[in-house]
Design a protein around this ligand. Structure first.
Ligand code: TYM
Length: 326
């Protein structure tokens, strides 16, 4: 039997090449290896304030982009989180088995709540909903970027704690993080992870950016005052650009360093822009085709929810029986 994969993506902000290189590209590439479930996590999106019309549009956009990068609904279940009520229900149950101290240690919460007057309880509780997403499908493998690893480990801890009290109920999931590209950095500030919520027009390359925008963003990307083009993690700007180049071309590091020997940052940026534009062009074309008929995506998502609901209900019933509900 194939191992079960589950992963999710938030429909907030603009989906960028960090999401693609760190996560969705791998989901698409390994679909035949696993039994896959991918989720557009709209309930996670509302942990921070959202405009209803924008949220609706973003749910559609992220759905279209998942399919455009190659997720195939014949080989993977793809659905919208709020269409499957078991997610909220299991999240509540898991809350009751998760010590506050575990949640308080979460790096993402600490970062996102910093300098904020009033963050929602939902933002604090976000990892319990993520644990519910994963545990509801008896997931073995959770492919994510580096920033989500801690949440998957917390999910494992919650499952272990529950199993220790009640006996084996949950499958213990493991995070899978790509060797290269697990943490693509912002172009404007290579000390910061490329993020959907970061302001600044030059921070991220978005999957739907037109060619001239991509070229300009890369042109303005922060580098350093040195000259040679080599992989050196202590020079995060150039390192990040080289990693992006490597992932879009599939070339080895040696080939890349040899290729840029004696050339300058302007050459690196020019060639990087070309390969990114070329790499994103088929995704953008496919996205345009998929979204030309709005009813098409809706019907696929209705089918996805229909497939997910019985799987989720089965595990939820198991959990409720175990703890004496119902
Ligand atoms: P989200 O929507 O922030 O990101 C989606 C995926 O993209 C990865 N990612 C990155 N990878 C490399 N470099 C970056 N700069 C970068 N930025 C984002 C993320 O690690 C993620 O894999 N909480 C999750 C969504 C979620 C989920 C789940 C994931 C909800 N439930 C269950 C897995 C399993 C999130 O906000 O991802």
């Amino acid at each position: 039997m194939k191992k079960r994969v589950f992963s999710g993506i938030q429909p907030t902000g603009d989906t960028h090449i960090g999401n693609y290189l760190g996560a969705t590209k791998h989901w698409a590439a390994r679909q035949d290896e696993y039994d896959n479930i991918f989720c557009i996590v709209d309930l996670h999106a509302i942990t921070t304030p959202q405009e209803p019309e924008v949220l609706k549009a973003k749910i559609r956009e992220v759905t279209g982009l998942l399919l455009a990068v190659g997720i195939d609904t014949e080989r993977s279940i793809v659905f919208i989180q709020s269409h499957v009520p078991a997610h909220s229900e299991l999240a509540w149950i898991l809350n009751c088995f998760t010590p506050m101290g575990w949640m308080q240690r979460m790096t993402q919460y600490k970062e996102k709540s910093k300098n904020q007057e009033s963050v929602s309880t939902g933002l604090f509780d976000y990892p319990a909903l993520m644990a519910a997403d994963i545990l509801l499908y008896d997931t073995d493998v959770v492919p994510v970027g580096e920033d989500q690893k801690q949440h998957v480990e917390l999910t494992r801890d919650i499952a272990q704690r529950f199993n220790a009290i009640y006996g084996d109920t949950f499958v213990l999931p493991s995070p899978v993080i790509p060797d290269i590209g697990a943490r693509i950095m912002g172009l404007d500030d290579p000390e910061k992870k490329m993020s959907k919520s970061e302001p600044g027009s030059n921070h991220a390359i978005n999957l739907l950016d037109p060619p001239d925008v991509i070229t300009n963003k890369i042109k303005r990307a922060a580098t350093d005052s040195l000259r040679d083009i080599v992989y050196d993690e202590n020079r995060p700007g150039v390192y990040n650009l080289l990693v992006i180049y490597e992932l879009f071309t599939g070339k080895s590091r040696q080939e890349i360093v040899d290729h840029f020997a004696g050339k300058g940052y302007a050459d690196l940026k020019k060639e990087l822009a070309e390969v990114v534009i070329e790499g994103l062009s088929p995704i953008q074309k496919k996205y345009a085709d998929l979204t030309a008929d709005p009813g098409y995506l809706d019907s696929l998502m209705a089918k996805g929810a229909e497939q997910a609901i019985p799987l989720a209900e089965k595990v939820l019933t198991r959990v409720k029986d175990t703890i004496g509900l119902g």
